[in-house]
Design a binder for this molecule. Structure first.
Ligand code: PGA
Length: 244
């Protein structure tokens, strides 16, 4: 795993934007694996600015997202489909019909997981962007998820529900279940970019980069990927033995 430590969030977002934009510039038909959460918001703002200023085009880019809450319609402002539109897609020239995410309203959960796995096989990702949870989760793959898991439905842990409650009016409104790409699906991307910001991620970052490779810390699987870059701000990198 290549590790880049930046002094602050803005610099982290700039480095991440350089990587994402270069993937699109090298391949205008790129497939981008995208993520939600507070971490990539600065990156998405810079991608939108670059599109507007420098004309990087997403006309032929396809996007697949990691996860979606069960039970939220795409119009709900807490759904991840909504997040992607407002934070990124609405500011690019991307064709919305080529932006994919699990259907949070799917009635047949198993069929929806199978549909998404088939879609991922048809759209090999050039890059997969990730955040990391304070407990080491990637997407909604919580500790203990077997590495070979593909798209599945998860019950969110109390920790994740509490973390995500800040986006809802109250903790009661946070959906309890979600669809998520599995660790196996994540690892199939050609390149992985994982971002970590803030002191509350420091322990997970250390475990990911220096602890055992084990499903008890889902992000540790990324050490087995041949082309994975971690960008961490100084706070998130503060417990790492080795610096950059
Ligand atoms: P965050 O979430 O970007 O909101 O910190 C990351 C994650 O939990 O995967």
């Amino acid at each position: 795993m290549k590790i880049i430590v930046t002094k602050d969030y803005e610099t982290l977002s700039e480095k991440a934007a350089e990587i994402m934009i270069s993937v699109v510039r090298e391949n205008p038909n790129a497939v981008l694996g995208l993520a939600t959460g507070s971490t990539p918001i600065g990156l998405y703002r810079l991608m939108a600015e670059d599109h507007q200023k420098n004309g990087t085009s997403y006309k032929n880019v396809r996007a697949v997202n990691l996860d979606e809450y069960l039970g939220l319609p795409p119009t709900n402002d807490q759904s991840y489909r909504y997040f992607m539109r407002t934070n990124l897609f609405d500011h690019l020239d991307i064709d919305l019909s080529e932006t994919h995410i699990e259907d949070g309203l799917a009635k047949d959960e198993a069929a929806e997981c199978a549909r998404y796995d088939a879609l991922l096989r048809n759209l090999p990702r050039d890059i997969q962007l990730l955040g990391i949870g304070a407990n080491g989760h990637i997407a909604f793959n919580e500790p203990g998820t077997p590495f070979e898991t593909e798209t599945h439905v998860v019950s969110l842990t109390e920790n994740t529900i509490a973390m995500n409650a800040r986006f809802f009016k109250s903790e009661d409104e946070v959906p309890r279940r979600a669809f998520t790409m599995g660790p196996k699906s994540i690892m199939e991307a050609k390149k992985i970019l994982i971002l970590a910001v803030g002191e509350n991620k420091a322990r997970a970052v250390r475990e990911m980069a220096e602890g055992p490779v084990s499903p008890s810390l889902p992000a540790s699987i990324l050490r087995l990927h041949p082309d994975c870059t971690l960008i961490a701000d100084e706070a998130a990198a503060s417990l790492l033995k080795k610096g950059e």
